[in-house]
Write a protein that binds this ligand. Structure first.
Ligand code: CP
Ligand code: NVA
Length: 336
C-alpha cells in the first residue's frame, strides 16, 4: 500500500497557487480552469520531451476496470503508464457490472492495498463517484454515461497544437448531446473557448452539465451555445466535431436514432459552412457513412488520428498529476 498517496487524498492542497494539485478526475469539474490548463501544459512538455519523464511513475501500479469495450483509452492508458515507468493491469468487466460480484466499497478497500490509481470505464457515473468515495487512491473517469473527460482534454490539446490560443477557438459539436459533448462543453468552458452544440430537440446535453458549463463560462469568458440547427452551429467554426449517434449500450436504438440524426451527418456540404481552415474531429470509433462520410473522415482536414495520439500525452499528464507530480503553470496562464 502506498501510504503517502493514501494520506495525500485526505489532505487539502498546500501548494502555492500557481502549482496545480488534484485528487481524482471523475469529472472535468474536478480540474476546473486551472487544472485543465495544467494538464494541457504538462501534456505539451511530455509530448516534446518524453525521456525526461520515463521514470516519473516508477514503482506505481495502475488498474483499469472497463465495463465497456475500448481500443484507444485502454491502450493509451497502458502505454502511457509504461512510458512513465509504471505498471498497468487490466480487468475486463465487459461480462458484467463491476459491483455484480461484491460491493463497490469492498472492491475499493481491496484495490487500494495493492494499487496506486484506478481507471474506470462504466455505464454509470455513480459507479465512478462511488469508487472515489471509498478508495483512498486517485480514481480516473475513462468514460461513463455522463462524461469522457480524458477525451475532451486530448481534443482541446489537439486544437491548441493546430490553432494556438484556445480562447479564439470556435468548436461546433453536431450530433448526440452525450458524454463526449458534455466533456467538450465543460473543457471548452474552462479554457474560455466558444462551444456550440447542435442536437435534435430530444437529445440535448444534460441540463446539469449545461448549468455547470455556463457557470464556468462566466468566470473564463467562454461562449456556450445550444441549437437544433447544425448549419447555424457550424457557421464560421474552426472545428466540427461529431460522435456516434448510438453510444455503447444504446445499440438497440440504432435504427430509430439513424432516422432522427440523419440531418446531423457531417459531410462535405456541412464542412463548407465552417471556416475555410476548419478541421474535422471525432473521438472514434466512427460509424462511417452514418454520423460522418468517408470523404470527410479521410480528408486532409481530418485530425482524428492526432486526437487519438494525443490521448496518450494527455493521460500521461493526468496520471503524473494525480500520482503526486505538480506542474507550475506558465506565466501566460489566464486563470491563475
Ligand atoms: N475515444 C475512445 O474513448 O475510444 P475507445 O472507446 O476505443 O477507448
Ligand atoms: N459516445 C461514445 C463515445 C465513445 C468513445 C460512447 O459512449 O460510446
Amino acid at each position: 500500500m502506498n501510504t503517502i498517496l493514501q494520506n495525500r487524498k485526505a489532505l487539502e492542497p498546500t501548494s502555492a497557487p500557481s502549482v496545480f494539485w488534484c485528487q481524482d478526475l471523475i469529472s472535468t469539474r474536478d480540474l476546473g480552469p486551472q487544472g485543465v490548463e495544467a494538464v494541457l501544459h504538462l501534456a505539451e512538455l511530455m509530448k516534446s520531451r518524453p525521456t525526461v519523464f520515463q521514470r516519473a511513475l516508477a514503482g506505481k501500479q495502475m488498474v483499469m476496470f472497463f465495463e465497456k469495450p475500448s481500443l484507444r483509452t485502454r491502450l493509451t492508458f497502458a502505454a502511457g503508464m509504461a512510458s512513465l515507468g509504471g505498471v498497468a493491469h487490466f480487468v475486463d468487466q465487459t461480462g458484467g457490472r463491476i459491483d455484480a460480484r461484491e460491493k463497490l466499497s469492498d472492491i475499493a478497500l481491496n484495490v487500494e492495498r495493492w494499487m496506486d490509481v484506478i481507471v474506470l470505464r462504466t455505464f454509470s457515473q455513480e459507479t465512478i463517484q462511488g469508487m472515489a468515495d471509498h478508495a483512498s487512491i486517485p480514481v480516473i473517469n475513462a468514460l461513463s454515461d455522463l462524461e469522457h473527460p480524458c477525451q475532451a482534454l486530448a481534443d482541446f490539446f489537439t486544437l491548441q497544437e493546430r490553432f494556438g490560443n484556445l480562447r479564439n477557438i470556435r468548436l461546433a459539436y453536431v450530433g448526440d448531446g452525450n458524454n463526449v459533448a458534455h466533456s467538450l462543453l465543460l473543457t471548452g468552458a474552462c479554457l474560455g473557448s466558444s462551444v456550440t452544440v447542435a442536437t435534435p430537440a430530444d437529445y440535448a446535453p444534460d441540463a446539469g452539465i449545461i448549468r455547470e458549463a455556463l457557470k464556468i463560462a462566466k468566470q473564463t469568458g467562454a461562449q456556450i451555445r445550444l441549437t437544433n440547427d447544425p448549419g447555424e452551429a457550424v457557421a464560421g467554426a474552426d472545428a466540427i466535431y461529431t460522435d456516434a449517434w448510438a453510444s455503447m449500450g444504446q445499440e438497440h436504438e440504432s435504427k430509430q436514432r439513424a432516422n432522427i440524426f440523419r440531418p446531423y451527418q457531417v459531410n462535405r456540404d456541412l464542412m463548407k459552412k465552417a471556416a475555410p481552415h476548419a478541421v474535422f474531429m471525432h473521438c472514434l470509433p466512427a460509424h462511417r457513412e452514418e454520423e460522418v462520410t468517408n470523404e470527410v473522415m479521410d480528408s486532409e482536414y481530418s485530425v482524428i488520428y492526432e486526437q487519438a495520439e494525443n490521448r496518450l500525452h494527455v493521460q500521461k499528464a493526468i496520471l503524473y498529476l494525480l500520482l503526486g507530480g505538480a506542474v507550475r503553470l506558465p506565466v501566460r496562464s489566464a486563470h491563475a
